[in-house]
Ligand binder design. Structure first.
Ligand code: LHQ
Length: 260
């Protein structure tokens, strides 16, 4: 991989978008590398949480507009990238049976912001800035932003943010509930890592079930959500983590989760 870095430590896979000269804007190569990294993290048994971040001033400026302009010039339109790259990337995050934390270190624009929205938790540096840049270049939301943003902030605010496209800073993102925490830029890497390590030491199967239940319940009836909850709870109840943590509680000990 060239523009995306992948490393595993303490059961946390860290995926770093690393093309700072273009604010980590996504080229075809970068999108392929990001999907490859997410797939590796998903498949690796030893990985129990994922941390997605950027470098320098940017988390991710969305689609690389130089490459996109070349495609338009060549009459290729979007060149299939929404279906070929963005959609599989977002689904890889959503379907990852492990928590995914976005450490938003700087600008997150367009599909870059949508990537952060697709993650399970977002922690931001006080230098982070979000821009729903789609309408600014005559496009509608993609990469799940129409789905995720309204679930994060409610439909009225999502409509406002997507139609008007006004950039907003980390403090506003916190107010809107888009990020769960804002920390000084110098502390972001350590704070985000501590959060990811904590999640990697948690009940991985229960986390996977929680993600599944939330995703399903977002667009189902209460009755159907109850049915799925019951099934998922059956699965969780069979894990060693559940048995051990229940005994640990009764023994007044801290539970140790092994992720199985
Ligand atoms: C960039 C980019 C960029 C290339 C900064 N590309 N170089 C899906 C499917 C297919 C097509 C289209 O889109 C999509 C979904 C999307 O993602 S749509 C949204 C695409 N992204 C944008 O419209 C954001 C464009 N960028 C900006 O608005 C600003 O650059 C932001 C707000 C990100 C940062 O502003 P500043 O902090 O003022 O930095 P800057 O504008 O000076 O940028 C620094 C450099 O990064 C600069 O290059 P240069 O060679 O002049 O130093 C920019 O050209 C480059 N850059 N974003 N998306």
């Amino acid at each position: 991989m060239n523009d995306v870095r992948y490393s595993v430590d303490d059961a946390v896979a860290t995926i770093t978008l690393d093309r700072p000269e273009a604010m980590n804007a996504l080229t075809t190569r970068m999108k392929a590398e990001l999907l490859e990294a997410l797939t590796m993290a998903s498949q690796a048994y030893a990985v129990r949480a994922v941390l997605l971040t950027g470098t320098d001033r940017a988390f991710c400026a969305g689609q690389d507009l130089n490459e996109h302009a070349a495609n338009l010039e060549a009459g290729l339109g979007l060149n299939g990238t929404v279906r070929t790259h963005y959609n599989p990337i977002v689904m890889a995050i959503a379907e990852m049976g492990k928590p995914v934390v976005a450490a938003v270190n700087g600008v997150a624009a367009g599909a870059g912001a949508a990537l952060a929205f697709a993650c399970d938790l977002r922690i931001a540096s006080d230098r982070a800035k979000f821009a729903m840049a789609f309408s600014g270049i005559g496009l509608a939301p993609d990469s799940g932003a129409s789905w995720t943003l309204q679930r994060l902030v409610g439909r009225a605010r999502a409509t406002d943010l997507l139609l008007l496209g006004e950039p907003f800073d980390a403090a506003r993102a916190l107010e809107l509930g888009i990020v769960s925490k804002v920390v000084p830029a110098s502390e972001l890497a350590a704070e985000a890592r501590a959060l990811a390590v904590r999640l990697a030491q948690g009940p991985t199967s229960a986390y996977a079930a929680t993600k599944h239940a939330l995703e399903f319940a977002a667009s189902s009836s209460l009755a159907d959500a109850l049915v799925l909850e019951a099934d998922l709870q059956d699965t969780c109840a069979k894990t060693a983590d559940h048995l051990n943590a229940t005994h640990a509680f009764l023994d007044k000990k801290r539970p140790v989760f092994e992720g199985r």
